[in-house]
Design a protein around this ligand. Structure first.
Ligand code: FAD
Ligand code: NAI
Length: 486
């Protein structure tokens, strides 16, 4: 490709592929370079999210929840099912099919929007003064081509953080890739890290029958969540004797034999403990992926934690080079990556038209978080501990699902919704939820915050009856002591 194109996007995950589509929609000649290959060696767009992240994990969470309901909960509805069994390979095959459908779907979207797709690793080459554009080397199994682009969007994502002493083989020691592809339910499953992946993947295999033990370094878990939500979650999760969470532990050594994995750790009381499991998931966070990008040579600045350094508008230190998604600061979430991708596409189009490129800093305060456990957890905005620390005066309204008719009818009534609003002007500062389908309910709270609504605005909106959304309504009413059903 000798001509100079408008935009080269490096990385085809939710940050990169969305940026590429939006660039093309805005009339920019766009190429997306992505290195991900499926088991057949073919391109598989969608990055971590589609291949080994959001979508496959939700597919397995859904399937395993059905099994759990049939096995343990459905009798409450007067339905008796005897000897329910699970076909794990069929469950995994269903998940794989969903992934293939969606990754192929992105290829179709590229075609429709005229985004050119290149398979290979993209390396941003050092720019000399005589270069008219950025040059990117695209390498697929030593088939190398150079493309030239006026603008570059780096969206190379993240990879699992490793424990220094133990290597993931995805046979016995698993990261997210292995944890999503087991073909039988391990009898005993260990998980290191009670974060989002640990809780979601621990839930999948627990629902299918594993005895799950989670080892967490911090004194508590879900540190990013509102304290009260985290406490409620721990209380509910650990009611199940098959799910044990040990906090404040320190891993001392991990030994892998043909049959077992043995984890030696120190517990919260400084006693030495041993955990023997059949499989061990290591989910201790993710790190930015800048390997292969050439940052040592091209002068791209990284911050002290290895993320590509960017400003509020995702601009790097290199002119016309932007970076979005997991490879830059901020929450590692697919929707955050995509929003940044769109904002950068709009900024590039604005520069091309001679307009101000500072068109869209993504507002992290209105980015929702969802953890797809049972019950689900979701939040947006500030939590109580953050407001206290910042010295903000706030009001609280809270309502439990147990007092909601729809939740009772669903036999899924644990948890609550909590609305926090400014004590002075009643603006919603944060909404925190634990309960059924809160992954969907949170959108109303996001909308309210995006439009700077007051709790009274939510309280004034008519909510369908009977619906789970009434719990948010009642929590909003509760901010000014007007709740009706409690
Ligand atoms: P990625 O999705 O990581 O994509 C980066 C792409 O760039 C990859 O295809 C990679 O191969 C490619 N690449 C890297 N380097 C190069 C190079 N030099 N040249 C060419 N290509 C390159 N987030 C949510 O919001 N909701 C969820 O429910 C959720 N569930 C998750 C479950 C799991 C198990 C995991 C692991 C993550 C989950 N996430 C979830 C996080 C989400 O997957 C990430 O935030 C999101 O994928 C980040 O998007 P991205 O485009 O920045 O990077
Ligand atoms: P995480 O940051 O959510 O959790 C990692 C946990 O491991 C933390 O609680 C941490 O204290 C603990 N830990 C770290 N080192 C440890 C050690 N040596 N021993 C014991 N515990 C240790 O990271 P996780 O779960 O790996 O997920 C990575 C990211 O992927 C998440 O932060 C999130 O951004 C994204 N994700 C999002 C999902 C969603 O939106 N539903 C689902 C899954 C992942």
């Amino acid at each position: 490709m000798s001509e100079i194109i408008d935009v080269a996007v490096i990385g085809g995950g939710p940050g990169g592929y969305v940026a590429a589509i939006r660039c093309a929609q805005l009339g920019l000649d766009t190429v997306c370079i992505d290195a991900w290959k499926n088991s057949k060696g073919r391109a598989s767009l969608g990055g971590t999210c589609l291949n080994v992240g959001c979508i496959p994990s939700k597919a397995l969470l859904e399937s395993s929840e059905y099994f759990f309901q049939v096995k343990h909960k459905i009798s409450a509805h007067g339905i008796q099912v005897k000897d329910a069994t699970v076909d794990v390979p069929a469950m995994i095959a269903r998940k794989d099919k969903i992934v293939t459908t969606f990754t192929a779907g992105i290829a179709s979207l590229f075609k429709k929007n005229k985004v050119k797709s290149l398979l290979g690793t993209g390396k941003l080459l050092k720019r000399s003064e005589t270069d008219k554009a950025w040059r990117i080397e695209v390498n697929d199994n030593n088939n190398v081509q150079i493309i030239q682009a006026k603008y570059v969007i780096v969206a190379t994502g993240s990879i699992p953080r490793q424990l220094p002493t133990v290597k993931v083989d995805n046979e016995r020691i698993l990261d997210n890739v292995g944890a999503l592809s087991l073909h039988e339910t391990p009898k005993r499953l260990g998980v290191i890290g009670a974060g989002v992946i640990g809780l979601e993947m621990g839930s999948v295999w627990r629902r299918l029958g594993s005895e799950v033990t989670i080892l967490e370094a911090l004194p508590d878990f879900l540190m990013a969540a509102d304290d009260q939500v985290a406490k409620e979650a721990k209380k509910i999760f650990t009611k199940d004797p098959g799910l044990v969470i040990h906090t404040e532990i320190e891993i001392k050594s991990i030994k892998v034999t043909k049959k077992f994995v043995t984890v030696n750790y120190q517990d919260a009381n400084a006693n030495t403990q041993k955990l023997e499991v059949d499989k061990l998931i290591v989910s201790i966070g993710r790190v930015p992926n800048t390997e292969g990008l050439g940052s040592n040579e091209n002068g791209l600045d990284l911050d002290e934690r290895g993320f590509i350094a960017v400003d509020d508008f995702c601009r790097t230190n290199l002119t016309n080079v932007f970076a979005v998604g997991d490879v830059v600061r901020g929450p590692m979430l697919a929707h955050k990556a995509s929003e940044e991708g769109v904002a950068v596409a709009e900024a590039i189009a604005a520069i091309e038209k001679g307009h101000n490129p500072e068109v869209g800093a993504v507002n992290f305060n209105t980015i929702p978080w969802v953890i797809y456990t049972s019950p689900e957890i979701a939040w947006v905005g500030k939590n109580e501990q953050e407001l206290k620390k910042a010295g903000v005066s706030y009001k609280v309204g809270q309502f439990p699902f147990i007092a909601n008719g729809r939740a009772r009818a669903m036999n899924s009534a644990s948890g609550f919704v909590k609305v926090l609003s400014d004590a002075g002007n009643d603006r919603v500062l944060g909404v925190h939820m634990i309960g059924p389908h809160v992954s969907e309910l949170i959108s109303e709270a996001v909308m309210a915050m995006a439009f700077s609504a007051c709790s009274e605005d939510i309280a004034c909106i008519v909510h369908a009856h009977p619906s789970l959304s009434e719990v948010l309504h009642e929590a909003a009413l509760g901010v000014n002591n007007r709740a009706l059903h409690i």
